[in-house]
Ligand binder design. Structure first.
Ligand code: S3P
Length: 166
């Protein structure tokens, strides 16, 4: 219980805000993607290539089941992890869900040089990001307890705003 789940599109700054909360409050942080990479001994893009997205989504569900047993952790969630109902339900039961939102232009600037995001491989442009974000928006907003717009804010400002609203 009392966990904080940071969700939102790739590049909204979930990891850096988790890091900020860790510095400010000493909270323990779990980085979902990093945990999966460690557990599988493979990069996320290799997991997608070799076993496919469904397999990766199963790994996410398994990981969230174990995180939901923990107390007072800040979780930087994979951008697609709340798309499954079961995952969002586990998060809801064990803490609060905080959605970080940014414009497609901000996202693009942050992710354009990354090849570690298989969902965007071959689709690295603002239009694709805007469309996928629109497809996911309703879902993200439906599960979120708190929504924070990150455009034009420093991570310190976002961290402060979040702590105030928790
Ligand atoms: C994904 C987001 C990624 C990673 C995977 C799939 C998604 O995490 O889990 O590439 O479907 O949005 P980040 O949001 O941390 O980039």
């Amino acid at each position: 219980m009392n966990n904080i789940y940071l969700i939102g599109f790739m590049g909204t700054g979930k990891s850096s805000i988790a890091g900020e909360l860790e510095r400010e409050t000493n909270a323990k942080v779990i980085e979902m993607d990093q945990k999966i990479v460690e557990q599988q001994g493979m990069a996320i893009s290799d997991i997608f290539d070799r076993y496919g997205e469904e397999y990766f989504r199963d790994l996410e569900t398994e990981l969230i089941r174990s995180i939901a047993e923990e107390q007072n952790v800040v979780v930087s969630c994979g951008g697609g992890s709340v798309l499954r109902e079961e995952n969002a339900a586990l998060m809801k039961k064990s803490g609060r869900i905080v959605l970080l939102e940014a414009t497609p232009e901000t996202i693009y600037e942050r992710v354009k040089n990354s090849n570690e995001r298989p969902i965007l491989n071959g689709n690295m442009n603002v239009e694709f990001i805007r469309e996928l974000m629109e497809k996911r928006r309703e879902r993200y907003e439906a599960v979120a307890d708190i929504t924070i717009c990150v455009d034009g804010k420093t991570k310190q400002e976002i961290g402060q705003e979040l702590r105030k609203r928790l």
